[in-house]
Design a protein around this ligand. Structure first.
Ligand SMILES: *Cc1c(COP(=O)(O)O)cnc(C)c1O
Length: 964
């Protein structure tokens, strides 16, 4: 018998082989099939030696799942979950458990992708449409989008939208009410500066009287609780041709006149308190609603109603080709990944409670606040705001310290303000006992005030002026009435989930999007109360666990990228780009180089790159690519020289968006540096680099890291994500901060790109856990297998489809572009036909027509097993045979399984079947579908119809019935 030790047995418990699809043996076999002695030989031949890491990452070895959970539990235990009355845009809430477990904690929802392919996304599209309907109802606006990243950035987007659409007042001044949340004001100011918008903060009634302004931002209710006379302010603004954006609290709107009914042009805000935990700042869905007339300049994604090819109702993302970032440097917003999962949660929260339930929650909050106020009056604490919904601010002068001390001793966080003031915001979780405790805390002794007696004595809604009270005129659609029992709710959510393809069903081979495993262990901490229940502005003494976890994550990301400092603030890749470009501009300005505002961008870049550059006030100069798809270094030299004095930076993706390790990257960095420019490497493709090469070491100055790509945060059906940036030491002083909770290590007056100091902090444990589980070597192995899997697919497909670009040794990086154009010319079959036919084969389509029109870009990631890679290749090869049959005339040029894809169960089961091919061929073209069949709920969706007949609300129920 062979000897073995305990250590050998424990080794088997490692996570690495659960994250990586192919077994070690298969990896070696696959490498040999590609003509290499082994995996390392493939990597040596694929990754240019000039950029290879000389040293491994300084990260601990892999931990087991049990160890990682124990370590995170210990970190979480260092956080103190106090009762929060801090408010300022974040409130405690009760996540209905049926939503927590079946949506937030359910891979069927959280591993889905952005619904670009509507046929496999009808479930989440319906949920997002419901979100839009809810927002339209509560804000009284004509149109709402399907979420924004946070309230601060939504306010900034409102500002730029108002400037664009205000043709009557071309002033460059934007008024911001001083009682907006401080973090919102800070984000707006940062956004305004490079666009030469002058922000004036103050009393809006006064400022509107004395200043020409294109727009004004109001907070409703104000950050300290006061309710402005919104109708009067809107009228005053209108008279001056100033357009109005209102940052409105959704819970308050259940009782207050809507911004839309009072004439506002934009309404925006956070939907966090509709069942989404505070999470130390996020993720939450912000909302954005406006007039129908402004729909084409609205930021973010909008879900609309269209029809499929049988004329049945089907949903889709409206105006996809106008998606802001696709307009590149002409874009007015750079938002790409948004907050789909959290928007869906908020919509389900509204469905779960219905209008009466929501109104009861809102009225209860207001009533408790009124009772609290009356009791405080008896204690001689008079709030400074006479009107209120849920927030009161008191001037307690010298007593501030002792009250705060008593509060902390009672496990309570108050909002501590300048000048001896304290704020108290009540929420859904506040109880009678809590109100009594608050009285005790303020008074410093047992008090005589009596909740029941005050309740008896108070009439009506004392905090809300009669003119602002609202009827219950919202959420009348049956969707908000039909799912009140948990059984019905559960089944409705399951019904929607079943319509969609997420990673728990099949591979999602989306180039550039890195749809890899989001392991359950990584996800568990997200809903732990010690991470989820923390207010973003909680005292630092209470967030030691977060601080330690974030510091460790920063170190992990530094090691992964080779940079010297990390900012965890940006909420998505797009926001990271923006933050990184601002840091570059500030760096140049600090050296007196204010004129350096030109940004070079290769023609192959992702649309967010030029869009971010435009938002940062930069001028975009395009650098051409050569016929091999590489950045044309000759053209780069020419343009860098031409703009030498004004060159701010280049933005380049590495490996390129063409899926190739360009040999010229080091030289590219040298050319740009030689002209005084900085190098921004878009880190979306970091999955091909971690542990193998580091942008911070091969010449780049700054990168964003899409944690929802390389570092395992799930895509959530279009968000959340996180886009921290890594920078070299010289850019570190210019990283963003927060006005309420300053970020250590940077100046307090630095830029502010997100509302919360660490963005969507509560999903950061996912990336922390991934890195801890893999360890340094595991991460490098993941990168190698990602490259292996892509090359394996390219190898299997290359005799059937041309692979568009490869590196000098004939290999691709971690993704490959399949060129459909020659086939299209020869057969008439389009890349879209193939994408839709893949649905019949049970797969989500690859990325379509990015970065090259008429192509499909496949990225398998390391997490897909050899079995699944083969199943996918088999599908594409079978489709190729179908194309051949069309080309040969064996299948009809119009009536063939490709043109008619996807086929629904109703198609195949119908009594009449009029096609020239069989039902069997339509639905079960390959044997493996006996087991893996997925039925698209709709036929191919008509994009043009949807945009011509734009309808972005929930259709009447009858129309659903017709559809079914
Ligand atoms: C995904 C992606 C982005 C945008 O990132 P978001 O997180 O969606 O904002 C930018 N560049 C590239 C190359 C990408 O693939």
């Amino acid at each position: 018998m062979s000897r073995f030790s305990l250590a050998d047995l424990e080794h088997r418990d490692q996570f690495i082989q659960r994250h990586i699809g192919p077994t070690v043996k298969q990896q070696e076999e696959m490498a040999r099939a590609l003509g290499y002695a082994g995996l390392d030989a493939l990597i040596d031949d694929t990754v240019p030696s000039a950029i290879r890491r000389s040293q491994p990452m300084d990260l601990p070895g892999a931990s087991t799942e049990t160890e990682v959970i124990a370590r995170l539990k210990a970190l979480a235990a260092q956080n103190v979950v106090n009762k929060s009355y801090i408010g300022s845009g974040y409130y405690d809430t009760i996540t209905p458990p049926v939503i927590q477990r079946n949506v937030l904690e359910n891979p069927g929802w959280y591993t889905a992708y952005t619904p670009y392919q509507p046929e496999i996304s009808q479930g989440r599209l319906e949920a997002l449409l419901t979100f839009q309907q809810m927002i339209m109802d509560l804000t009284g606006m004509e149109l709402a989008n399907a979420s924004m990243l946070d309230e601060g950035s939504a306010a900034a987007e409102a500002m730029t939208l108002l400037q664009r659409v205000n043709k009557k007042n071309r002033s460059a001044v934007f008024i911001v009410a001083a009682d907006c949340h401080p973090q919102t004001i800070a984000v707006v100011k940062t956004r305004a500066l490079p666009l030469d918008i002058e922000v004036r903060v103050g009393d809006p009634a006064l400022l509107l009287g004395e200043t020409e302004a294109f727009g004004v931002l109001l907070q409703y209710p104000g950050t300290h609780g006061h309710l402005c006379d919104l109708g009067a302010l809107v009228e005053q603004a209108r008279a001056a041709n100033t357009l109005v954006a209102v940052a409105a609290d959704l819970m308050a709107l259940l009782m207050l006149q809507s911004p839309g009914s009072l004439g506002a042009d934009v309404a925006l805000g956070n939907t966090q308190r509709f069942g989404v935990p505070m999470g130390f700042g996020g993720p939450h869905a912000a909302y954005f609603a406006t007039r129908d007339a402004y729909k084409r300049s609205t930021p973010g994604r909008i879900i609309g109603v269209s029809v499929d090819r049988r004329g049945n109702q089907a949903l889709r993302m409206a105006m996809q080709t106008r998606e802001q970032h696709i307009r590149r440097e002409k874009a007015t917003s750079n938002i790409c990944t948004a907050q789909a999962l959290l928007a869906i949660m908020a919509a389900f929260y509204a469905m779960y409670h219905g209008p009466e339930g929501l109104r009861r929650i809102a009225r209860r909050i207001h009533r408790l606040t009124s009772i609290f106020a009356a009791g405080m009056g008896e204690l001689s604490f008079t709030p400074e705001n006479a009107t209120y919904f849920d927030t009161l601010t008191f001037d307690v002068g010298e007593a501030q310290d002792e009250i705060v001390t008593r509060a902390l001793a009672a496990g309570i966080n108050l909002r501590v303000l300048d000048g001896g003031r304290l704020g108290v915001s009540l929420d859904e979780t506040t109880t009678r006992e809590d109100v009594k405790t608050l009285w005790r805390v303020f008074a410093g002794s047992e008090v005589g005030a009596n909740v029941a007696a005050l309740d008896e004595a108070i009439d009506g809604h004392p905090g809300i002026p009669e003119s602002l009270l609202r009827e219950m005129d919202y959420l009348t659609h049956p969707l908000f009435h039909d799912y009140r029992s948990e059984t019905e709710m559960l089944r409705y959510m399951r019904y929607l989930e079943d319509k969609d393809i997420a990673l728990n069903r099949a591979m999602i081979p989306l180039g550039s999007c890195t749809m890899k495993l989001n392991a359950t262990t990584e996800m568990l901490p997200v809903t732990w109360p010690e991470f989820a229940g923390i207010h973003p502005f909680a005292p630092v003494e209470q967030t030691a666990g977060y601080s330690a976890m974030l510091a460790e994550l920063e170190h992990m990301l530094q090691e992964s990228t080779g940079y010297d400092a990390i900012s965890l603030q940006p909420n998505a890749g797009s926001q990271g780009e923006y933050a990184g470009l601002l840091a570059i501009l500030r760096y140049h300005q600090s050296r007196g180089d204010d004129q350096r505002t030109i940004c070079l961008i290769p023609s192959s870049a992702h649309g967010t790159n030029p869009a971010s550059a435009a938002l940062a006030g930069m001028q975009v100069v395009i650098v051409e690519c050569d016929e091999k798809g590489n950045v044309d270094l000759g053209d780069l030299r020419l343009k860098a020289e031409r703009h030498s004095e004004e060159l701010a930076c280049i933005m380049v993706t590495y490996p390129s968006t063409h899926g190739v390790f360009e040999e010229g990257i080091v030289e590219l960095c040298e050319i740009v540096h030689g002209h005084g420019g900085q190098v921004y490497v878009d880190g979306a493709n970091l999955n091909a680099l971690v542990g193998v090469a580091a942008p911070g070491k091969f010449g780049a100055d700054v990168s964003h890291l899409n944690l929802h790509k390389t570092f395992c945060i799930p895509h959530g059906g279009g968000g959340p994500g996180m886009g921290p940036i890594g920078v070299g030491a010289h850019l570190a002083p210019f990283l963003p901060t927060n006005p309420v909770l300053p970020v250590p290590g940077v100046a307090a007056d630095n830029d502010v790109v997100s509302a919360a100091p660490y963005g969507s902090a509560s999903i950061l444990p996912i990336s922390w856990a991934y890195i801890a589980l893999m360890g340094g070597e595991g991460l490098a192995q993941a990168t190698k297998v990602a490259i292996l899997n892509a090359n394996y697919i390219a190898h299997r497909l290359k005799d059937h489809y041309p692979i568009l670009y490869t590196g000098t040794t004939g290999n691709v990086a971690h993704e490959c572009i399949v060129d459909i154009r020659p086939l299209k010319d020869a057969s008439g079959v389009t890349e879209e036909d193939i994408a839709k036919r893949l649905i019949d084969y049970g797969f989500h389509a690859p990325t379509m027509s990015f970065p090259v029109a008429g192509t499909l870009m496949v990225e398998p990631t390391e997490s897909e097993s050899l079995f699944e890679l083969d199943r996918f290749c088999d599908a594409l090869i079978a489709i190729r045979r179908e194309i051949d049959a069309v080309q040969a005339g064996e299948l009809d040029a119009q009536d063939n399984p490709l043109a008619n894809a996807p086929h629904t169960l109703a198609d195949v089961a119908a009594d009449d079947w009029e096609h020239a091919y069989s039902r069997e061929q339509a639905a079960y073209p390959v044997e493996s579908l006996r087991r893996y069949k997925y039925w698209a709920p709709v036929n191919r969706v008509d994009n043009v119809y949807g945009d011509r007949n734009l309808y972005c609300a929930c259709p009447a129920v009858d129309s659903y019935r017709e559809a079914e």
